[in-house]
Structure formats: structure tokens, C-alpha cells
Write a protein that binds this ligand. Structure first.
Ligand SMILES: Cc1cc2nc3c(=O)[nH]c(=O)nc-3n(C[C@H](O)[C@H](O)[C@H](O)COP(=O)(O)O)c2cc1C
Length: 281
């Protein structure tokens, strides 16, 4: 494919994503990589083709090459090969069959165990045991997850992150025998995509991209415009929690997210993180 064609394909993907034009000069380096990133989509249907263990290991090594806050290296990955363990994780998450179907399933872990251990081993105080430690480990883990997805997409694999493993974090942590101060951030289904999938429109760049400062905004109007653009491109096929909220005449992204977060979820996650040894003050 020519540079011009790739540049055009990126522009089309970003137009669909944000509803606005983003210029792509055909002579910049790395257009192939940008094309994959711009065309991102989560994949939930996979071919039955297995993933070579050596390839999975390579992708994990690439992911763990991601930057790390202060070089603290507080992110781990667990490759869940054991069918029994995986079955028990899946059992904690109803309604997501793709977790069972995916040829590979990984868990990304925020690991705050090593830092206080180092302090003890080196005979040093550790006065930084507070929320920032939890945050650092979680951010590192999320960056490793994103880097894994980027590496996977480079070799043609598709992924779907699974935050639902945090619905029963004690069960998952016990099954994976996570040490104290190590908590699961997200699971990840990985496989060879069975469908090409499609682009999910995002909030406009006007809403999420800022220069220097936020300035005056009408966020409600921006969300309203996004709801309409998105509904035209990717309408929801089902309205969430119909018995509680009834049938909306117009059902957009904001109605869906408002309904989703009208039910309490993971209200005990802070208690779980504390139980596992993190201090969150
Ligand atoms: C941290 C994180 C957790 C997610 N958890 C789930 C999940 O539990 N189940 C699921 O089907 N998708 C999950 N997703 C995928 C999102 O639903 C998806 O990214 C979003 O709908 C946008 O679609 P796109 O990735 O195709 O652009 C998660 C994504 C992220 C980044």
C-alpha cells in the first residue's frame, strides 16, 4: 500500500472515530503503526486457532518493556493456561462468553509487593506507603496492558480487556495466588479475530483534547452532539435495564452510561485493596 493510501485510511478511521477531520501527512514515518492504532477495536470473537506460547511470551516481553514510573517496575502479567483456573475465573463473570472462547487469557497485575520488600531488605524506612503507591502500580499495569494490545495488534491478534475480573477480586487473586499488595487490574482475552469488527466513535477531540487550559465549555451540549453522532453510526441494539428505566425514545451513549452507573458496582474494591495490603490514604 502506498503512503498516500495509508494516510487516507488513517484520516477515514479518525473521521469515523471523532466526527472531525485530522490531517495525516503521507510522508511521516510509522504510518502503518498509526493506522493500526487509529483503527483500534476490541475483539470478542476469535478463530479456534491457538496462539504459539513463544509468540505470547514475546508479546508479554514487549509489553513489559513499557515505561515504568521511577523505574519501579510494579506491573506483572499472569498467563492463565490452566483450564480449571480459567473456568473458575469465568464462573465469576456471567454474560461474557468471549472470556471462555479466547485462545489466550491474561491477567494484568498491579504489584506493590516488591517496593516495601526492597526497603526492608536494604534496611531503609518506607514512609511512602499511601495512595500514590497504589496509583503508581495501577498506572504501570495499565500501560503494560495497553502496550500488550499494541504489540498484539502488530502481529494480527485481537484483544478485549476484562475489568469484570474485579467483580470478585478475592476469588481471582486467590486462584492466581497473588502475593500481598498485588491486585488484578484487568484480564485480557487474546485471539486471532474471527471478524473485522468496527470502530467505536469517541467523544469529539473538542471535548477531550485541550491546549494550555480547558477554557469555557458546554460539556452537556458536547455530549449531546456525541450522542447523536454515535447513535447514527453505532446505535445500541439493546437498552440497559429496561425494567428499571423503561424504553427511552432516544437511547444514546450518555443514557447508557447513566443507566450503567445508576447501579452500584465494585463498591468494596477499596476495602479489597486495603485487605490486600495497599494503604489508600
Ligand atoms: C480497562 C478496560 C476494561 C474493560 N473491561 C471490559 C469487560 O469487562 N468486558 C468487555 O466486554 N469489554 C471490556 N472492555 C472493552 C471496552 O468495552 C471497549 O474498549 C469499549 O467499549 C470501546 O470499544 P473499542 O475498544 O472497540 O473502541 C474494557 C476496556 C478497558 C480499557
Amino acid at each position: 500500500m502506498s503512503q498516500d493510501t495509508i494516510a487516507q485510511s488513517i484520516e477515514e478511521a479518525l473521521l469515523e472515530r471523532f466526527g472531525e477531520q485530522v490531517a495525516v501527512a503521507p510522508d511521516i514515518a510509522g504510518l502503518g503503526e498509526l493506522e493500526r492504532i487509529a483503527a483500534h477495536r476490541s475483539h470478542r470473537r476469535y478463530l479456534s486457532r491457538a496462539i504459539e506460547p513463544a509468540l505470547l511470551r514475546l508479546l508479554c516481553a514487549c509489553a513489559l518493556s513499557a515505561p515504568s514510573k521511577s523505574d519501579l517496575q510494579q506491573a506483572d502479567i499472569v498467563i492463565v493456561n490452566d483450564k480449571d483456573i480459567r473456568k473458575q475465573i469465568v464462573a465469576t463473570i456471567p454474560d461474557m462468553p468471549w472470556i471462555e472462547d479466547a485462545p489466550a487469557f491474561l491477567v494484568f497485575v498491579a504489584n506493590g509487593e516488591r517496593l516495601p520488600l526492597i526497603a526492608r531488605e536494604r534496611g531503609k524506612p518506607f514512609p511512602n506507603d499511601h495512595l500514590d503507591q497504589f496509583f503508581n502500580a495501577t498506572v504501570d499495569s495499565a500501560i503494560v496492558l495497553a502496550t500488550f494490545m499494541r504489540a498484539a495488534s502488530a502481529v494480527g491478534l485481537g484483544c478485549c480487556p476484562i475489568s469484570a475480573i474485579r467483580d470478585h477480586p478475592d476469588v481471582v487473586s486467590d486462584l492466581l495466588q497473588l502475593p500481598n499488595r498485588a491486585i488484578p487490574i484487568a484480564g485480557l482475552c487474546v485471539g486471532w479475530p474471527a471478524q473485522s469488527g468496527s470502530i467505536t466513535p469517541r467523544l469529539s477531540l473538542n471535548t477531550t483534547l485541550h491546549v494550555d487550559h480547558y477554557g469555557e465549555r458546554d460539556v452537556a451540549a458536547e455530549i449531546d452532539a456525541y450522542d447523536k453522532r454515535r447513535a447514527a453510526l453505532r446505535p445500541y441494539d439493546k437498552q440497559r435495564n429496561f425494567p428499571r428505566w423503561g424504553q427511552a425514545s432516544f437511547y444514546g451513549w450518555s443514557e447508557d452510561k447513566a443507566r450503567q452507573y445508576a447501579d452500584p458496582t465494585r463498591t468494596d474494591f477499596g476495602a479489597f485493596a486495603r485487605r490486600r495490603g495497599f494503604r489508600l490514604d
